[in-house]
Design a protein around this ligand. Sequence first.
Ligand code: ADP
Ligand code: CIR
Length: 377
Amino acid sequence: AEEEGGKFDEYLAEAAEVRENNPNNLCARFLTPELFYSYSPEEQEVLYQITRTGVENPSSGTGCYAMKPDDYQTFAKFFDQVIKAYHKPAAKNPVHVTDWDASDVGNNGVLDMTELGLDELSMRVRVGRNLTSFNLPGLMTREERVEFEKTMLPAFDKLISMEEYGGRVYSLTPEFGPGEPNPNKISDAEYKKLVDEHIMFKDMDADPYLKSAGISSDWPYGRGCYVSEDRQFIIWFGEEDHLRIMCMKKGTKLNEVFDRLREALSVVESLPGIEFATSKKYGYVTSCPTNLGTGMRASVHIKLPNLTADGTDTKAKAVAKPLGLSVRGIGGEHTPIGKDGTVDISPSARLFIKEKEIIAALYNGIEALMKEEQAAA
Ligand code: ADP
Ligand code: CIR
């Protein structure tokens, strides 16, 4: 065929080998030479960057990240297949709808865990958001990462001036440029403390999937977070998505973190320099196709001593999966469970589901999971 001798032949042969040996790797499953070479030489360079993580890490489940806000459109032939296989939409032509009005879920909008016989839990709701005006993190240069951080500063200044959201910026960027110091720079010890408090994200350089995708490149330039005075409203910048916006607190009413995030988001959206990238088909654009749609993960830290009696999350995961719940460790994705059997649980669905349905699914999921926990005694 005319593709013979193409620049990416060796790469695509490697992908074919991964496809053969790792049937769960969605990137490799759909990355064929026919598909790859149907794009222009310029687009091929981007598709290479999009798919590298799946080819270099055969054990990947998804194995690809978007590099530009409109990649889900440009590379629809590829991403549509990955997204369909991962999100398994129930409808033939699914439409993603955004709806944050949770006033009719639970008990008149109240999702109170004391009604499930539970005490205070650590609750968190986050959304991933990206700006239309920058490449996604996998394709950003060091200069662009710093430029992006500087773009966010006027927006953060605006938040600092507000009663409800006032706080400060913590940045890991060593300096903005030669002779241009970073006024928000924190020490390694301060960074470590923020990670331990679940406020700041982990060292991304340690994640092989993010590394292959270029998402952790230039670490720690352009990385940091905004934290409100009460420590419950947080914006990460420069992680897997340009922004991860979240509310977190210990309490019993899930709707409190959800509703506060809803309000905070409308404020953030109105700030200077902020325009969130969206896709007609897939809602809010995120680097990872698993997060598309709502970009939302709503979680609690909860003790499941019976389901984790063997010291692992194996049984908890098996029980949680049919309930539509994911189980993570207490330090987040790819971390171990707590010594006392505490795990992080969250509804798995992000796309073709409404925001209000996610928070209701967390509440109902906790109820169902606690029954399984008691049955495992
Ligand atoms: P993300 O939630 O953004 O996908 P991670 O799973 O890596 O990313 O979690 C990021 C951080 O948030 C970790 O420190 C994790 O422990 C913390 N976290 C997640 N859910 C909760 C929660 N309900 N309470 C406290 N911390 C949480
Ligand atoms: C994989 O494909 O297994 C990794 N790239 C992780 C995918 C999970 N999504 C994510 O971390 N956002």
